[in-house]
Design a protein around this ligand. Structure first.
Ligand code: ATP
Ligand code: MG
Length: 401
């Protein structure tokens, strides 16, 4: 068996919420490791969590853990009894396996009942290593290796490295959001950043068959699945057929307002869906100034249609920064596949860059908005559902068979 020490992220700052956060994090970890339920033992204390796993599972579990929000870093640790000779023996063993030549020993005495002072134990460990190895040297300022020894109530934890994890907050502690997921690069990154702050995400996609192909839908499916490792173990991808509304929008007189009104309708539908699902916010991949229609005027005219906050995590990001994140989280490769988007089909030659709310409202008067939204919502399908970490057969797949 091996021990993996999990350090909580920003949780330390959260006062009374601490326990709720920690319990949520542990629940999320348990779901993600559900298939190894029998092989993982959990040990929780105030500052950290230790997982005991079989040797052959260490790599896999480590990988899963590094993607779970709310975890700051992890270390593979050896745990020995609180006896000096056992500590010396283990630290020497570790030192002998080091590849580089300089090291430093650090001791943290969390259990104040331990009879030795930190400084004495440190000297004893370093002396023992120097006496019993040939090439190792102490370097307190710039060591190639750090051997850390933490004396806790339940034993002595020893490790040499820390693996950075995803940080952020445990998904679910900030409630749930509906994320508008297109097939582009931005919206998956916006979803990821939302998850990072502890909001669970359900996805909503608008398609317009036959103008948009089954491949375009498949892309969205793949994007949502790619984000699964960061999401909570229960989430859905909703798909709305926007064809009827799109046909209706073709009749808008002020052609330059089509995109603005389309987005206003996206938001109205998202609000309804959020209401049904107890979601507290809407997420988009919008960014200031990235394309001509993404102006602050446009954002204001869109906001007006929403009861809920519309969060735009990418609002201030440069495209390059967004692309870098999408590569890191594995959505880039999927996003760049060719696809047809609702917008790209009917973008007017000169979409308005500084729309006015009163003109948008005026144009909407001639549409049967409530009816169209009702109809579209009723025909919405759940593309898939993740329940307890498992993919439940999608409605689309069922229809195809
Ligand atoms: P993305 O890369 O996410 O597609 P974008 O830069 O192409 O973003 P737009 O096409 O202007 O920007 O869309 C802005 C946002 O509106 C998207 O990030 C997404 O949140 C939402 N959106 C656009 N099209 C759709 C769609 N077909 N279904 C669901 N949401 C959409
Ligand atoms: Mg797009």
């Amino acid at each position: 068996m091996k021990n993996i020490l999990v350090r909580y992220g920003e949780l330390t700052l959260k006062g009374n919420n601490r326990n709720i956060f920690i319990n949520k994090l542990i629940q999320n970890i348990k779901f993600k490791l559900k298939k190894h339920k029998e092989q993982v033992i959990y040990k929780k204390d105030h500052k950290s969590l230790t997982l005991q796993v079989k040797d052959e599972l260490v790599d896999e579990v480590t990988k899963v853990l590094t993607n779970i929000f709310g975890i700051y870093s992890i270390s593979l640790v050896d745990i020995v009894e609180k006896k000096e000779d056992l500590i010396l023996q283990k630290t020497l063993e570790i030192a002998q396996s080091l590849k580089e030549h300089t090291f430093k020993v650090e001791v943290e005495r969390k259990d104040k009942g331990f009879p030795m002072r930190s400084i004495d134990l440190k000297t004893s460990i370093a002396g023992n290593i120097l006496r019993n190895t040939n090439t190792l040297k102490v370097d307190v300022h710039n060591p190639q290796n750090k051997i850390t020894v933490i004396i806790k109530a339940d034993g002595v934890y020893i490790f040499t490295s820390k693996i950075n994890a995803a940080k952020g907050l445990p998904v679910g502690v900030s409630g749930k959001a509906i994320s508008l997921l297109s097939g582009g690069i931005d919206s998956p990154v916006a979803s990821y950043l939302t998850l990072k702050r502890g909001m669970q995400v359900d996805f909503l996609h608008f398609m317009t068959p036959p103008h948009t192909s089954p491949e375009a839908l498949d892309k969205v499916f793949k994007l949502a699945l790619q984000l699964e490792k960061f999401n909570q173990s229960n989430f859905s991808l909703y798909v709305c057929d926007f064809s009827m509304i799109l046909r209706e929008l073709m009749h808008i007189k002020e052609e330059t307002y089509r995109i603005t009104i389309m987005r206003r309708i996206f938001i109205r539908i998202a609000n309804k869906l959020a209401e049904q699902n107890n979601a507290k916010a809407i997420i988009t991949g919008e960014n200031l100034g990235q394309v001509a229609s993404q102006t602050i005027e446009s954002i204001n005219v869109i906001n007006e249609t929403s009861n809920l906050a519309i969060l735009r995590p990418l609002i201030t990001y440069d495209k390059e920064e967004i692309v870098n994140i999408s590569k890191k989280i594995g959505t880039y490769e999927i996003s760049v596949l060719p696809f047809d988007d609702v917008c790209s089909l009917y973008v007017p030659k000169n979409p308005v860059t500084k729309p006015r709310a009163y003109i948008a409202k005026d144009q909407e008067k001639n549409l049967l908005l409530d009816e169209m939204i009702e109809y579209t919502l009723n025909s919405m399908t759940k593309q898939f559902v993740f329940r307890d970490g498992e993919l439940i057969e999608s409605e689309r797949k069922k229809e195809e068979n």
